[in-house]
Design a protein around this ligand. Structure first.
Ligand code: GLU
Length: 368
């Protein structure tokens, strides 16, 4: 139902769907998947595919094991495997006359607003040209500090910046269960999740994880981003043939339902940042002011953690270290360190130059 109602869909496939335990490429499955995509395109839906597999296919090509691969080596392996990945898709999708394009993203392409808008524009142009964007992380360039690291969160951020209605994470598990389904015959699949509360978080540790990088934890992180962004998200088993047809007809998967959000695109982007650079701990008075829709002033800031630049994403925490809001800082961390607790009228004097009076302007801030 959610797929049928969507105009724009992101589908993420994990490495284990493309390559099996014996390192065989699952071409037959990919052809069945291409039939699913053909069907979506015929029903006038825009489709973005996020596919893992660069490292797995690179390892296959070089006949080496993925385990114990150091970061710099894995970057080279990904560079070798990415072209294998594209060739594989191209060979199979050609049989269904489906055109593909490649987009390799680094973390900053979704985390820096200007670049995110640019990425969206490229995606829109590809739809206009009748091409299906095939997205992966630019693993050959990204280093550990500037990496998504898993394609689950990458896919959710792509869904969010592109304004997609629905994200399907296809992996080798049926969805989220209340118990480990491998150990408990009576484990129940959770069909719908409205809110990711403590009960849902507890289920995560009980669930088996897939072969890929993420496991259930990153899928839940992805779900949080989707819920805030007004995007439906499913965790579903992709190992079967025609996985999307199966979801549409049987609906045997876990759906995460979006929150109803009045936030505009920019504020959705602020709140679902993957990589906040620092934390501002504020006093009760400042919390009250924020609740009334005011900007965050230096006087309410008690403490600061992390090193960040002007314009970076930061978390705003209350005195009990509970996250209250997120925003874009108008000052860098060194400046905030010097002006925290001070009245706004003193800022220019303390810093020795003229600057803004709000540390985070209300338009750059979103409550959690
Ligand atoms: N980007 C990685 C690759 O293509 C996969 C990351 C993941 O497994 O989520 O190999």
């Amino acid at each position: 139902m959610y797929i049928n109602n969507s105009k724009q869909i992101v589908i993420k496939i994990g490495s284990s769907l493309l390559i099996d335990d014996k390192k065989n490429i699952r071409k037959k499955w990919l052809f069945e998947f291409a039939k699913d995509i053909e069907q979506l395109i015929k029903s006038k839906k825009k489709v973005i595919i996020v596919s893992s597999g660069a490292i797995a296919l690179g390892c296959k090509k070089l006949n080496i094991n993925k385990k114990n691969l150091k970061l710099d080596k894995s970057q080279a392996v990904a560079s070798i495997g990415q072209i294998e990945l594209m060739n594989l898709f191209k060979e199979i999708f050609k049989r269904k006359k489906l055109n593909l394009s490649q987009i390799l993203l680094t973390l900053e392409d979704t985390e820096i607003r200007r670049r995110a808008i640019n990425a969206k524009r490229t995606l829109d142009n590809l739809f206009d040209l009748g091409f299906i964007p095939l997205v992966n992380e630019n693993d050959s360039i990204a280093t550990s500090e500037i990496k998504y690291g898993d394609n689950d969160r990458l896919a959710s951020r792509v869904a969010q910046i592109s304004g997609s209605d629905c994200l399907i994470l296809l992996s080798d598990v049926d969805g989220l269960f209340d118990k480990n389904p491998k150990l408990n015959k009576n484990a129940k699949l959770i069909s719908n999740v409205k809110k990711i509360n403590n009960r849902i978080e507890k289920y995560i540790s009980k669930n088996i994880s897939e072969h890929g990088t993420g496991g259930m934890k990153t899928k839940i992180e992805a779900a949080k981003i989707c819920q805030i962004s007004g995007c439906y998200m499913a965790i579903a088993n992709g190992l079967i043939d025609r996985p999307l047809k199966h979801i549409i007809s049987k609906n045997y998967c876990t759906w995460f339902l979006p929150k109803i959000s009045k936030l505009d695109a920019r504020k959705k982007w602020i709140i679902s940042s993957i990589s906040p650079k620092g934390e501002l701990i504020i006093d009760d008075g400042a919390i009250q002011a924020l609740k009334k829709g005011k900007s965050l002033l230096a006087t309410g800031i008690k403490n600061i953690n992390g090193k960040f630049s002007k314009g970076d994403h930061v978390k705003i925490l209350d005195k009990n270290m509970k996250e209250y809001a997120r925003g874009l800082s108008s000052f860098n961390s060194d400046e905030i360190f010097r002006i925290k607790g001070q009245h706004s009228s003193k800022i220019n004097e303390i810093l020795g130059y003229v600057s803004k009076s709000e540390v985070i302007h209300k338009d750059d801030m979103v409550e959690i």
